[in-house]
Design a protein around this ligand. Sequence first.
Ligand SMILES: [Zn+2]
Length: 238
Amino acid sequence: MKLDALFIASHPDDIEITSAGTAIKLVQDGRKVGILDLTRGELSTRGTLQSRKKETEAASKVMGIHYRANLGLKDGNIQNTEANRLKLIKVIRETKPEIVFAPYPSDRHTDHVNASNFIRESAFLSGLEKIKTGKLNAHRPNKVFYYRHAYETPVSFIVDISDTFAKKIEAISCYGSQFFNAEKTSADEPETYISTKLFWKDLETRARYFGFKIGVEYGEPFFCNENLKMQANNLFNV
Ligand SMILES: [Zn+2]
């Protein structure tokens, strides 16, 4: 399937938390959008692989995305090896995205850090014809945009997600095993930061903070290593 944008994440639910507002917005604009999770999140404190899979499917449905796959790498040990890069290059060549989204390369979780360089390198190498992947032709995405996890990151642009913030929350809520839900949260499982009420408040505060910076209700920040081309008539919309 040919995609316009491929969001790539270390763990199922990373995209929902960091950039789902943008993914949903792209879907609503008629773009073909996909998510590739690099691992199944098997090291998560709460939930099981089975419950996580069901939650991921439900969240994908809420977002209305056209493609979701899992690369099956090891949670807690995402390695930028040639074998792993070939796996990712195959997905990039199959889906031919114009834009790839990746985690920013500085973060508390080492998987996010390692995934960032792994994705950037694979996206670049995917454009080299002499790297063979059977019948799949070389394809290099035009841009890699970085979404933000926990650490402060430089920001190149902020997407207005005021229209899609409610749906983003709905998608995150599908991960009942991970996040606080007054009805579903089980008292038997160990509490983590994201399973507390505080997490939801922080999530909203962050979205409001970036929305505030561009004069709208909610926003999601992104970074790009390259300068972005601007058409003169767009200067009136920024
Ligand atoms: Zn993660």
